[in-house]
Design a protein around this ligand. Structure first.
Ligand code: FE2
Length: 304
């Protein structure tokens, strides 16, 4: 075999192997991220918060469903779902079934754009220079987002889409403020704007997409902890380096995990946890160096 042909064959084999790994193995290699977050009043007992995001459920994802079903054994005190839960019209019932006893625990949810609009194919390279928000041109939702939300609300979870509310978890009084997805122009922070309650034990801000301009407003209103998803942690990352893209305004260095917002500043800034999420669009069914994840955050008393 001549050298150029051999090189092309090797490249094709390597590319096929990498795609197979990313689409079959890593996409189903679920991880539980754990972190302690010092946001509670002195003397509080630890609170276990399970953060779910970006499940993007389509029919047939049995491994994903059974992994979600196993999460109740973590005995979380509070469950927060930051959206993009479904990616198919037939996904609501399987998702609710997998959440199962988690729905009996205190919970909070917001929607992502993919709860409303079915996924469409696109060039994934676009994410290198643009976000999907600029390509969104549909105005009539075609997925059963209302049925999904009504079911979570009927179970007792707080609907925090452009809403504020109160949740009791592990004996703590938690003030919650949340916004709908900014990528489809449904985030209306003005609906929840205003100082948080200093008598609450914790002030929790919830959103799908971690847009810095919205997080600035949460920070200014005194929220202690912000939770978001949407980025998929970069989804296809560079080993040893990390995310290249976030599909929103936050920089790749904060594409997933526990950070502060703003990234630089004093000790009074809120904590920010961005979930890399559990799924992908069915049109880009790959994850590389970025395992699908849920997070168990242990909320503990503030330091000092
Ligand atoms: Fe997503």
């Amino acid at each position: 075999m001549r050298a150029p042909l051999r090189a092309l064959t090797l490249a094709a084999v390597a590319g096929g192997a990498a795609f197979g790994y990313a689409s079959i193995l890593e996409r189903n290699w679920f991880a539980l991220r754990r972190a302690d977050v010092p946001v509670l009043p002195a003397g509080s007992e630890p609170v276990r918060l399970l953060h779910l995001s970006d499940i993007h459920l389509t029919p047939g994802r049995h491994r994903l469903l059974s992994w979600i079903r196993s999460l109740d054994t973590l005995a979380p005190d509070l469950v927060v779902n930051t959206g993009d839960s479904i990616a198919h019209a037939q996904s609501v019932d399987p998702l609710l079934d997998a959440l199962g006893p988690l729905l009996d625990r205190p919970g909070v949810f917001v929607y992502g754009s993919n709860d409303l609009y079915s996924p469409v194919p696109g060039n994934p390279l676009h994410y290198l220079w643009d976000t999907s928000a600029k390509r969104h041109n549909r105005h009539v939702p075609d997925l059963p987002w209302a049925e999904l939300g009504a079911s979570m609300a009927a179970a007792g979870w707080l609907d925090a889409n452009n809403a504020r509310g109160r949740v009791k978890a592990a004996g703590l009084d938690i003030e919650v403020g949340g916004v709908h997805d900014s990528h489809i122009c449904r985030a209306h922070y003005e609906d929840i704007a205003g100082p948080t309650d200093p008598t609450a034990d914790l002030r929790l801000g919830v959103m799908h997409s971690p847009e810095p301009a919205i997080m600035d407003q949460f920070a200014a209103d005194g929220y202690d902890l912000l939770l978001a998803g949407h980025t998929h942690g970069g989804q296809v990352c560079v080993p040893g380096y990390g995310a290249l893209v976030t599909n929103c305004g936050i920089e790749p260095a904060r594409a997933s995990g526990l950070h502060r917002h703003p990234a630089e500043g004093g000790p009074g800034r809120p904590w920010l946890h961005v979930s890399a999420g559990l799924g992908t669009s069915p049109w880009t069914p790959v994850r590389f160096a970025c395992r699908p994840e849920a997070a168990l955050l242990t909320l503990v008393p503030r330091i000092g």
